[in-house]
Design a protein around this ligand. Structure first.
Ligand code: DGT
Ligand code: CA
Ligand code: CA
Ligand code: ZN
Length: 596
């Protein structure tokens, strides 16, 4: 069967560009690998399909992408127009291995992949596992028994991650499909259910529900969408498809009078559902996806609210439905009033083209304003990081520049910040005098990820004790589906946060979501304060705030737990006041005098 020709996706183009970067690195080509990586990143960050960008704006539009020069633009054009790229194919022929999969294993860089191929013929992750289990890797130059073990752990992690997708990678598409379904004739209601509605950080498959006058028309529409690669099944009440991006998507048509019961059932989680059903049984009722029944008579089912009410529970927001205490709390009327999606006023981690971001300070400000933010902190990386970081002099130059920009702005504030590296011993890589001039000092681990637990914990706590440190960025350093967090005693971090007044970040970048939901809950219980931000490296990332807030909600956080729900002046005085009070009582008096 021949399939209709399909435009190459942004993810596929990015993948080829990344693999070129890896292949060039294997050959020790200088600079170019980084350029290809940047280009991959730019393509991936596009909000529009690259094929449409090309069609509308021609080759010029491709060249105008941040970090894309003429030569890479030409290659992208070839790839998009023909679906192939001879330049890539020639390079790949020399090391014909599954670069993306092998490269996804932590600690395995392009050069190692090349050695593994040339010495052991490793082409796939399966080959790699076999070689590692046979003890063949420890004998290679630059490898040892330790790296062999590490590779095996990396493979395990990869297997566990397989078949799951980042919420941030799937939500825009599923929402778009939701909107399209709303426009199908006879469709009365549409909702996203399942783990996506609960805002779980990764998603197995997508679940959509509709109420429709003509179910077959919806199903026809659904299985014929251009994103569909394969139809698992098509029926009158349920259809299931596989999308080109790899994820399965289920669509169910439900009766209007069962809408609430079905939405509750298919939102899950399974554990939450089981607990709800038990409560129904205890009341002599029966709960299923069609409604809540006494005998044959439905007593609730049209809305979720009435189902929870009939069960004697407060309404439970989807983000809490994991059976981790929400049902007990709802029964006692003690659910927290969760932070709302519109309540965060400012973004506190934003990178620009002063370092590894794609856009200028002005562009980030403009985009943030358009999204309704009242302030953002510019937090470019400092010195040590990958040669892109700012030193103290450059940071001071950026501060003066921001002062100038601020003097021209009305109703918006740019905060002077930095993402300062924590050195191995817990010291910071920018001097105290410079740090003292910043509005927002974020501190972060970007090196020595593998220190033993006690040492890693001590290192981070020591950095938090620096009187200038305001926020601990991405406290665990995990990369979802990619890299485990570093080994650190989080209870000690929460205690240190309270003791030193250092605020903990919920980084909303979909691959991080760090603190994660469970940690948020513990941090809040410990009495630590939080901020939610995006870690944006491009204007397209600024709406990742949504995922950060979702994580905060999944962690039972209220607006009072999150400092950047405050207007800018109050926010700053809480950030600094809290800190100085805790860290150095004398300093606080001094600051007050200076402020007059
Ligand atoms: P996922 O797709 O792995 O990210 O997680 P979910 O929660 O979306 O799970 P999924 O797609 O298998 O099912 C969607 C919801 O349907 C799930 O959250 C609860 C409900 N559900 C599915 N199967 C069962 C079941 O066997 N028993 C109960 N009580 N509920 C189920
Ligand atoms: Ca699902
Ligand atoms: Ca499903
Ligand atoms: Zn960082």
């Amino acid at each position: 069967m021949s399939k209709p020709k399909r435009a190459i996706t942004n993810a596929e183009v990015a993948r080829v560009l990344r693999e070129i970067a890896m292949l060039l690195e294997m050959e020790n080509v200088p600079f170019k690998p980084r350029a290809y990586e940047k280009a991959a990143y730019a393509v991936e960050s596009l909000s529009e399909p690259i094929a449409e960008v090309l069609e509308k704006g021609g080759e010029r539009a491709i060249e105008e992408l941040p970090g894309v020069g003429k030569s890479i633009a030409e290659k992208i054009v070839t790839l998009v127009r023909t679906g192939r790229l001879p330049y890539y194919e020639e390079l790949h022929a020399k090391v014909p291995v599954d670069l993306t999969q092998l490269g996804a294993i932590e600690g395995l860089g392009p050069k190692n992949i090349k050695v593994l191929y040339e010495k052991l013929g490793v082409r796939t992750v399966e080959d790699l596992e076999e070689a590692a289990r046979a003890g063949k890797i420890r004998n290679l130059p630059h490898f040892g028994e330790k790296s062999e073990q590490k590779i095996l752990r990396g493979i395990e992690f990869l297997k566990r991650s397989q078949g799951r997708f980042l919420l941030g990678a799937v939500l825009p598409l599923v929402r778009e499909i939701e909107a399209r379904l709303e426009r199908v004739r006879g469709v009365r209601r549409v909702a996203i259910a399942g783990s996506i509605r609960r805002c779980k950080e990764t998603v197995g498959d997508g679940d959509l529900l509709v109420v429709a006058d003509d179910p077959d028309a919806v199903m026809d529409f659904f299985v014929n969408m251009p994103e569909v690669q394969y139809v698992h099944g098509k029926g009158h009440t349920k259809s299931s498809v596989k999308l080109h991006m790899g994820m399965d998507l289920d669509l169910r048509v439900v009766p209007a009078e069962s809408w609430g019961a079905a939405l509750s059932y298919f939102t899950g989680s399974k554990a939450h559902n089981v607990a709800l059903r038990r409560i129904a049984m205890d009341k002599g009722l029966k709960l299923n996806e069609y409604g809540l029944f006494r005998g044959d008579r439905a007593i609730a089912g049209e809305t979720e609210e009435e189902v929870y009410e009939a069960l004697g529970l407060q309404f439970i927001p989807p983000e809490l439905r994991e059976d981790t205490g929400e049902i007990e709390a709802a029964r006692e009327g003690k659910l927290p009033k969760l932070i709302e999606y519109g309540q965060v006023r400012g973004d506190l981690q934003v990178q620009t083209n002063w370092t590894d971001g794609a856009h200028s300070i002005e562009e980030m400000v403009e985009a943030a304003r358009r999204l309704g933010r009242e302030y953002i902190a510019i937090t470019d990386h400092t010195r040590a990081l990958a040669m892109v970081g700012l030193d103290a002099a450059k940071l001071r130059e950026q501060m003066r520049y921001i002062d100038q920009l601020n003097s021209k702005l009305r109703g918006f504030r740019i905060l002077k910040g930095a993402e300062v590296n924590i050195d191995r011993d817990g010291s910071l890589d920018i001097d105290d005098d410079t740090l003292a001039q910043l509005d927002v000092v974020g501190i972060a681990v970007h090196s020595y990820f593998h220190l033993p637990r006690a040492e890693q914990t001590r290192r981070i706590v020591r950095a938090m004790e620096n009187p200038h440190a305001d926020i601990l960025f991405h406290p665990t350093g995990r990369a979802l589906l990619k890299r485990e967090p570093y080994d650190v005693d989080m209870d000690e971090i929460f205690a240190a946060a309270v003791r030193t007044g250092t605020v903990l970040e919920i980084d909303g970048y979909p691959e991080r979501l760090d603190l994660r939901d469970e940690h948020v809950r513990k941090a809040v219980e410990a009495g630590a304060k939080l901020v939610i931000d995006t870690d944006a490296h491009s204007v397209h990332h600024l709406d990742y705030l949504y995922f950060g807030i979702a994580t905060a909600r999944r962690g039972w956080a209220t607006a009072a737990d999150v400092l950047n729900t405050l207007p800018v002046d109050e926010f700053l005085s809480r950030l600094k006041g809290h800190r100085q009070e805790m860290k150095s009582p004398r300093k606080r008096a001094g600051a007050r005098e200076r402020r007059g």
